[in-house]
Every structure is written in C-alpha cells, then in structure tokens.
Design a protein around this ligand. Structure first.
Ligand SMILES: [Fe+2]
Length: 181
C-alpha cells in the first residue's frame, strides 16, 4: 500500500515507518470519508429538529478535516506520500459508501452512530498496534480518538432514553439503525 520511503523520522526503522504510514493512510481515508459524509448529513437532514442537527454537524466537519490534514502531513513527515484523491479513498477503503439520502434527523443520527462506531473501533485497534511502533503517531491518534468519541456522544445523546438505553442498540448497519428510530 505505501510507497518506498527514502527517508523517515530519525530513530524510526524503515519497516516500522512503512507500517506507521499504512496506518496513517487508513485513518486519512477514514477522516476524508467521514468529513464528506458529515457534510452530506448536514445537507440532507429534515424534520422538526433540523436546525439543531444541521448546526451541530458543521463543527464536526471542521474538526475531522483538521484531523485529515494532520494525518496527511504526518505521512509526509515520515517520508511517505499521502493519498487524498476521491479515487484513492473509494479504491482503498474497507467500508461502503454512506447509504442514506434525505431523511429525518433521528434516522441520520442513528446511521451516524454506526458510522462513528466503525471509525472509532478502527482507531482503537490502531492505537494498540502503535504501542510498539511509534508513540508520536500514537499520541496524534489518541487525541483524535478522544474528539471522535466526544462527537459520538453528541450523536448518541439524541438516541438514548431517560434510562440511558440507545434506540440503535444492536444495529450493525446504517439502514438497520435508521429503521430502529
Ligand atoms: Fe452549511
């Protein structure tokens, strides 16, 4: 997946740097996909809670775009070449395109619960692997995971009842989650 590195950060082995760049590229695809998906939701939510959800989403778009920039520049810092074209995202991502068009705020939030679950699960898996590879990149991933988990809570707070139970409990697909609210 990664191209040959002609230089990397001092003290990092070439093999470790290659793997770190692969992990960074995977998160770069995830963040580029996520900020576009969040804008799509911003544009497609309808219903009585439109303005609250429409406006809640934009700061998430901005933050995730910032994550993508940091990930891409870390790839370059390690001697790699970040891929940010739409074709590279679609060709290399391990998930399907967001599946919901115009829909109610609750349906989109339910689908976003599934989206955030997928993104955060992958970040946490990467954090474990980075323990032995590169603590500097791990630090970046930790900070991004913390923010993503906060945004995930913003989404989930709309889906829980007074007892704290999520309407989307057990849902594994966006459409399945949207159907549960
Ligand atoms: Fe807008």
């Amino acid at each position: 997946m990664a191209t040959d590195l002609h230089y990397t950060a001092p003290g990092l082995s070439d093999a470790d740097a290659q793997r770190v760049v692969e992990l960074l590229q995977g998160r770069l695809h995830a963040c580029n996909d996520l900020h576009l998906t969040l804008k799509h939701v911003h544009w497609n939510v309808v219903g009585p809670h439109f303005i609250a959800v429409h406006e809640m989403i934009d700061p998430q778009v901005e933050a995730v775009r910032g994550f993508a920039d940091d990930l891409a520049e870390r790839i370059a810092t390690l001697g790699g070449s970040p891929k940010g074209t739409p074709g590279s995202i679609v060709g290399e991502r391990e998930w399907d395109d967001y599946s919901i068009g115009r829909a109610s705020t609750q349906e989109h939030l339910a689908a976003l619960d599934v989206v955030y679950t997928g993104v955060i699960t992958s970040y946490r898996a990467n954090l474990k692997e980075l323990d032995d590879l590169d603590l500097v990149t791990q630090d970046m991933f930790i900070a991004q995971t913390e923010q993503l988990e906060l945004f995930h809570w913003f989404v989930r707070a709309h889906l829980e009842d007074k007892g704290g139970r999520l309407a989307t409990d057990g849902a594994t697909s966006e459409k399945g989650a949207a159907a549960s609210v």
